[in-house]
Ligand binder design. Sequence first.
Ligand code: WTA
Length: 649
Amino acid sequence: MTPENSKGHYPPSDDYRKRAFVKSVKDYDTLYNGSLKDPVAYWAKEAEQIDWFSKDWEETFTWNKEENRFTWFKGGKLNVSYNCLDRHVNNGLKNTAAMIFQGENDSDAKVYTYGELLYEVERFANVLKSKGVKKGDRVAVYLPMIPELPITLLACARIGAVHSVVFAGFSSEAVYNRVSDCTPKVLVTSDGSYRAGKKIDMKGKVNEILERDTSVEHVIVVRRTGADVVMEENRDTWWHDDVTKVPLRCEPEVMDAEDPLFLLYTSGTTGKPKGLVHTCGGYITGAYSSYKYVFNYVPGDVYWCTADVGWITGHTYILYGPLAFGATTLLFEGVPNYPENDRFWQVAEKWKVDIFYTAPTAIRMIRKTGDEWIKKHDLSSIKMLASVGEPIDPDVWKWYHGTIGGGRCPIADTWWQTETGSILISPMTGAFDLKPGSAMKPLPGVEAAVYKEDRTRCATGESGNLYIERPFPSLARTVWNDHAKYVETYWTLFPGHYLTGDGAKVDADGDFWLLGRVDDVISVAGHRIGAAEIEAALIAHPAVAEAAVVPIPDEIKGEAIYTFVTLKDGFEESDDLKKQLVNQVRNIVGPIATPKTIQIADGLPKTRSGKIMRRILRKIAGGSKHEELGDTTTLVDPGVIDLLIKGRI
Ligand code: WTA
């Protein structure tokens, strides 16, 4: 047991410490301080744990500060799928489970050994080649959580194609936007998907998208639900047919460390999502190294990350990190509360999961449904827990620790982003006395710092902007097709320091406490949604003159979406119109962006330069009184405030 100590912290048990890579604070300090004395040498040593066809990189690290371009291990040659598969097959893991697939239906499960996964990846890599996909070409992936999803990504990596996954829950419009930005030759999808017992259409949405002008020449379709789908001749083929027509072996392409591995889009403060570009050498080094330090995987363990591969967490910690490390990773198609509220625990008990990684929103939802669902199951196989996506409240942390972890499992609260590619801040759970609610310390090789607006360092306990000093290997190199956007977003406020967009503070022990986004990005159930994207969707409706979107606190999802809308002349407020507006957002952005509230307003608070003051709207939506709104004297028409408060829903 690891009871709370007199300071309210949670030290690791002796048993757990034995499994850990870093077993004491002293070891961490030595490792960490050593890594910062010479970060370049440190990262070169981490990169050596990856298999390279050639380690003769010209320089380990180059950094052109004027252009905000940097490289890691450039000139080094490797293949990421080789690192995730072949090297383990060659090193005695051929018959070891690489991936356990657990379908939504419990009897639908399959275990892939490393040997078998390699076989599937090679065959599908040849299918991609047969469609004309070459090194550097993009492949769009719109698939549910089925084995073909990781297989597709690894097949792309094998031939040097750049994958771009679009989360299966996004609407066709969101898919179209991403596809038109990254111009893929091939799109891989399925007839449909299962979600909480329902069959969801996917191919129909793809057909809708491809009626418009796109670069897609071929669509490969996985049969999942058996739904009737319309296949376009000369464009669409079935996965199960294609794989029978190609050779079984496919040599891995020799890639430069700086060649792109994938793009992944994320919402920002403008209406257009950014395609972050991750490279082969730096990304896989970061994924491997962070996986090693954070999860303390021991051979034979079953590791389960409940994220969707459509997000960065799924890319790095379902797929690339664990497989590069030679772990057994569980891929789960279902949801926590179907067929019953104990689905996660049934799966954890069935597969004797050792390491469990999820998001605070899932933990809050599970806590709400009641402890009896957990007590039905033997969770004694679980040895460590982890969390990602938003700050985990100390109260929720303690519940996770006590009820899921049985009081014996440490929790790694892992902070990172789509941009960073891998975890940057997390406790070393075998070494630290854990503080509920704190992500604690940066990983070796990473220097994090909190600065005020005037770019001076924050004092102990003072909140400010979280930056990472210097580029590290797994940091995205650019935004696809838009380097200017990359520079503006991450490197302009404080040149030479990577701006995370998160608020943070550091306590007297040097531990980090994350405070959420400081920009107009809303975190719904841990998913980043740009306020501007929702506003753009609303404004596209014929009745809408203006829209402003702010977050309000939500018990389960962390934040929910509150929208203020002003109507064009001639349009009247009605329930029907509000329904239309909600559907408008669902159709354009996707169901994850569904507004909780639509308030129709006569006017919005604006500065003289015409900027909508979201700070004020956030407070109004959250229930503040007029006198709690702070300075409103810069508004053009302070009279709107009372009307907005009166109309609050
Ligand atoms: C938030 C997900 C507090 C943060 C990996 C960040 C967190 C954004 C944590 C990135 C954490 C992620 N504590 N906040 N442990 N982890 N965040 O790109 O605001 O989907 O900027 O990557 O999630 O979200 P993204």
